[in-house]
Design a protein around this ligand. Sequence first.
Ligand code: CA2
Length: 145
Amino acid sequence: MKFMVLHGPNLNLLGTREPGIYGNQTLEDINDSLRELSVELGCELVFFQSNSEGELIDTIQSAAQNCHGILINPAAYTHTSIAIRDALSAVGLPSVEVHLSNIHHRETFRHTSMIAPVAIGQICGFGSYSYLLGLRALFNFVKNK
Ligand code: CA2
């Protein structure tokens, strides 16, 4: 089983700014802990981060060729991107939306997700552990499909 892990805009800055909201871990630390979990689960991961909506969409489309699911933190595009939602819907792969922060505890504009209606589910508020919970949930969903 192979999963695409997608990180949206500004997540490349993790660990360098705003540790109070997003923690001290870098994106590479998060990817490393996902790699570790993938060994335990026995699945393969492909990682991609972009600050560009178009690149994220191209990568979602390419996942249809060789992946069984998508783990995605769309970052700020969560709240705005009908295009990313349409891409996820079009490829038809199961996806799990994850967030470091609890978006429902924050500004009202973060309470709405364009992505959640086309994802299996959303996990937020557990810091980097949201990604690990998300991968477990995605793996379990695909395994039992
Ligand atoms: O909590 C999350 O994971 C978010 O997806 C993070 C996004 C935010 O727009 C979403 O509402 C919730 C922001 C990512 C920005 O990451 C930064 C990391 C370090 C420093 C500054 C920004």
